[in-house]
Design a binder for this molecule. Structure first.
Ligand code: FES
Length: 351
């Protein structure tokens, strides 16, 4: 008969029996100084990626009737956080928020944004009338619409309409001042041939721009494309360019004429909000109108920031192709994006 020898058993047992005494010894021998309240790496992360900024309007330029460029700078002590050309900042006014693409280059010492006075959102109307010296609160730079050299080809064709042009202007400027390095061709669509940002684009060296008035010029054979513009423009492009990277500017927060009204109940921690929502406004609009403390960034179903649980009721979700970031598990367990959802019955939601 062979003997079975388990060599480690005794050591294991000793190790286990000495576990508590060894821990007490290690604790007694360790430094008794209290743990730091702040860690340097966290402070640096907050400085590089602040969730909120206070900026001052340093300049306003009317580039055409109803379109104004605002230059925004931080106070002298604050460093403007770096951004990727194509990203946006979210600007909040009372309880309404709207993302604006940054039009300046990442190499610049200011954020420039274009404000359209006839945009229906509350924030644009407020911004359009701001004077030099006015202060505004914004988010840090955010969004996923930017060039990545490891992922994207060295030659990009980008399509825009008037509203989507600022994001591409920032990309063009970043190439011109050598912050980024790739080749960019811009196809600028405007059915009225006004091309509001044509002069700005034409003054940026080393970027080719083509001005078209017809969707038929949007060709599917341009390789990987970037598309930046209003929802209807992006929808038209995505038919021809299903793999394009999309930046939806000023996404619709209202649809159709019918306005059935439903009761909406929202729970948020220990608070409950009960209000009426209309069938033709996004739930997020109804939240903002009723000062529900909802989170939102892109308002286009992309960032997932507004995600909440549909506890009871029916909604219609409207997403343009490829821009729904809800995960399969979210769908299974009834999570929705209020920025893309419309009420179809009385609702109960949990934020
Ligand atoms: S705000 Fe981004 S997904 Fe709704």
């Amino acid at each position: 008969m062979k003997r079975l020898v388990i060599k480690s058993f005794k050591d294991d047992l000793n190790g286990f029996l000495n576990l508590v005494p060894n821990r007490i010894k290690a604790i007694n021998e360790s430094n008794a100084d209290p743990l730091p309240k702040e860690y340097g790496v966290n402070a640096l992360a907050l400085e590089l990626h602040p969730s909120e900024l206070e900026l001052t309007v340093s300049d306003t330029t009317e580039i055409t009737d109803g379109v104004r460029i605002l230059s925004l700078v931080p106070d002298k002590k604050t460093v403007l956080p770096f951004f990727r050309a194509g990203q946006s900042i979210n600007i909040k006014n009372e309880s309404f928020s709207t993302p604006f693409s940054i039009l300046s280059s990442p190499g610049s010492d200011k954020y420039e944004i274009a404000v359209f006075s006839d945009n229906k959102d509350n924030v644009s109307r407020h911004l359009y009338d701001l004077q030099i010296g006015s202060k505004i609160r914004t988010s840090g730079p955010e969004g996923f619409f930017y060039y990545i050299s490891l992922r994207d080809k060295n030659t990009i064709t980008a399509f825009c309409d008037n509203q989507g042009a600022p994001a591409l202007i920032s990309m063009a400027k970043s190439i011109a001042d050598k912050t980024e390095s790739y080749s960019l061709k811009i196809v600028y669509f405007d059915k009225d041939s006004d091309y509001i940002f044509r002069d700005i684009l034409n003054n940026i060296p080393s970027v080719s721009a083509e001005y078209v008035a017809d969707y038929s010029e949007i060709k599917a054979d341009c390789g990987k494309a970037f598309v930046s513009g209003t929802e209807s423009f992006c929808e038209a492009c995505i038919q021809r360019l299903p793999d394009a990277r999309i930046n939806i500017v000023n996404p619709k927060q209202c649809s159709g004429e019918t306005t059935e009204e439903f009761q909406c109940t929202v729970t948020f921690r220990d608070k409950k909000f009960v209000f009426t929502c209309k069938s033709n406004e996004t739930l997020l609009s109804a939240f903002e109108r009723n000062s529900v403390p909802s989170a939102a960034k892109c308002k286009a179903g992309e960032c997932g920031y507004c995600r909440c649980k549909l506890v009871e009721g029916q909604v219609e979700t409207v997403n343009i192709h490829s821009v729904d970031s809800l995960r399969q598990a979210d769908k299974k367990y009834n999570f929705i994006h209020p920025c893309r959802s419309f009420a179809k019955s009385d609702l109960i939601l949990a934020l």
